[in-house]
Design a protein around this ligand. Structure first.
Ligand SMILES: [Zn+2]
Length: 143
């Protein structure tokens, strides 16, 4: 009997295999496509809510204290929206990669991104080694 439920794949030995070794087939690609689409839908719904909140007129604008706190709230919402829009773009990029048969390939070294990494983070564009190197580099630059 084969394990046809993609949600179970991450619990087995395939965790440690690269996609090539696992031979990612059309079903797997479609699984990642649906996961990415689901996440995109959720983020877009959330983004719409944030924008609705930002454009809603504030009732207590006359009160200076309330005004200050509502501005702080807006800044906070904008920061969240920034993070979300970065994520939204990443997911869109991953969906384009799926269409171009480039999904699961590291942008930096061209090697396969491991199966376990894609299961945990389907929008990953770099393999774990390149990601770690990048983070070390950023850490060095920031200090
Ligand atoms: Zn890499």
């Amino acid at each position: 009997m084969t394990n046809n439920n993609p949600r179970n794949w991450q619990h087995d030995a395939y965790d440690y295999l690269s996609i090539q070794e696992y031979e990612m087939n059309a079903d797997h690609i479609e699984y990642f496509r649906s996961v990415l689409n689901e996440e995109l839908d959720q983020l877009l719904t959330k983004a719409e809510l944030t924008i609705a909140m930002l454009t809603k007129p504030h009732e207590n604008e006359v009160d200076l204290i309330d005004k200050a706190s509502s501005q702080a709230n807006q800044a906070f919402n904008l920061r969240i929206r920034d993070r979300e829009s970065i994520l939204i773009n990443k997911i869109k990029e991953s969906l384009v990669k799926i269409d171009n048969n480039e999904f699961g390939i590291c942008e930096a070294c061209g090697e396969d991104i491991s199966w376990g990494r894609l299961m945990a983070r389907p929008m990953a564009t770099k393999c774990i080694k390149c990601k770690e190197n990048e983070e070390k580099e950023e850490f060095r630059k920031g200090h």
